[in-house]
Design a protein around this ligand. Structure first.
Ligand SMILES: *Cc1c(COP(=O)(O)O)cnc(C)c1O
Length: 380
């Protein structure tokens, strides 16, 4: 018998109090009760996004929010600059293509980071580019993008917006939407916001809303103007994911109470511990530049299939971590420390990882990784 643990970069564990709140009998979405819930959620989302602008709440996975940004801000034949530094950068390019947006890619080796100068160079060469699409954190490689610097570059141009996929970053990393001048920020429910999958969030500033007014791509369900009008009345355009939003209210209260700064520090602490542990075990961190505090991406030792590590942890130890995506499948595994995840769980995960590696023939003295993470966690 074993318990079930989930340390993947989406979905993440849901706090029990939140699960209980979501189990309450359903209420009607046009009732005053629900409007009260939405009003509170609306305010607290602004806190998490660090913005004064409203954050739209959509019933879809994060990708729905990404698609909505493309169809609501661009027109057929527009040009977009996409940073492809991993799986999710590729997704921006695929969505743009699907809607007839011309894509110029900045390809970055997986595991490395884009530089703001590369974006400046791309925009100088093609000043007609309407939007720059990036990640805050590329979940497939564990790389954190220099958002503030990138925003400095895009901010100078009246006719270009910066669109940030912060789906795996919001609520774990520092994202200063207004202060940094991020024009569009997309979030999702099942990452550091500690909810089941099913909600996407999109925040647009004034500059981005001007793009929405001029956008001519086809849209119906994801119509941001309609959603904005509804949200002003504490409603959504269509039937919202009522139970998820009630769960969100719980989590946002928690986040606000603990404070974003403390939450970011906590993620850094877990990340430092896990990274130190895997290094002590003789393993290499896959992320070559700007490793994030959201997850730790690790190269499997020579001769061991990373998928085997993932499988054994799941099937024999009850611990679900993530493997590599696309070209990284079999080469890396990813331990998420985002959201409702604590120190003891990370010590336990390292302990289980030690056993799995030894069982797979890797030479290791048991306790090597555990000792390293404990040493980090002992530092107050
Ligand atoms: C998880 C994730 C997505 C995709 O979200 P879905 O909810 O699976 O649609 C997009 N971007 C990043 C960076 C992610 O981590």
């Amino acid at each position: 018998m074993f318990k079930y643990y989930l340390f993947t970069p989406g979905p993440t564990p849901v706090p029990p109090k939140t699960s209980l709140a979501m189990a309450a009998p359903i209420i009607h979405h046009r009732s005053p009760q629900f409007a009260t819930v939405l009003a509170e959620v609306k305010e607290n989302l602004k806190y998490v996004f660090q913005t004064q602008n409203d954050v739209l709440i959509l019933a879809s996975s994060g990708t729905g929010g990404m698609e909505g940004v493309v169809t609501n801000t661009l027109s057929p034949g527009d040009k977009a600059l996409v940073v492809r530094a991993g799986k999710f950068g590729e997704r921006w390019a695929e969505i743009c293509k699907a809607y007839g947006v011309e894509v110029l890619n900045i390809d970055v080796e997986w595991g490395r980071c884009v530089k703001a100068e590369q974006i400046a160079h791309g925009l100088d060469k093609n000043p007609e580019i309407k939007a720059v699409f990036v990640q805050a954190h590329e979940t497939s490689t564990g790389v954190k993008f220099p958002l503030k610097e990138i925003a400095e570059v895009v901010k100078k141009r009246e006719t270009t917006i910066l669109v940030v996929d912060a789906i795996s970053a919001l609520g774990a990393m520092e994202i200063k939407t207004d202060e940094w001048g991020l024009d569009v920020v997309v979030g999702g429910s099942q990452k550091a916001l500690m909810l089941p999958p099913g909600l996407a969030f999109v925040c647009l500033n004034e500059k981005a809303w001007r793009f929405v007014e001029e956008s001519r791509l086809p849209k119906y369900y994801f119509d941001f103007s309609k959603e904005k009008k509804s949200l002003e009345k504490n409603q959504t355009a269509y039937t919202p994911a009522v139970s998820l939003i009630i769960g969100l209210r719980e989590n946002l209260r928690q986040i606000k109470q603990i404070g974003l700064e403390n939450i970011v520090k906590y993620h850094q602490r877990l990340s430092d511990g896990v990274k130190m542990a895997v290094k002590a075990m003789g393993l290499s961190i896959f992320t070559k530049e700007n490793p994030s505090e959201v997850l730790t991406a690790v190269e499997a030792p020579k001769g061991i299939d990373a998928q085997m590590i993932v499988k054994k942890l799941r099937e024999e130890y009850g611990i679900t971590i993530a493997g590599g995506q696309s070209q990284l499948k079999g080469r890396i595994f990813r331990i998420s420390h985002m959201g409702y995840t604590d120190e003891h769980e990370m010590v336990m995960t390292i302990a289980a990882l030690e056993r799995v590696l030894i069982e797979l023939g890797y030479e290791l003295i048991p306790g090597t990784g555990v000792k390293a993470i404990q040493q980090i966690l002992l530092q107050k």
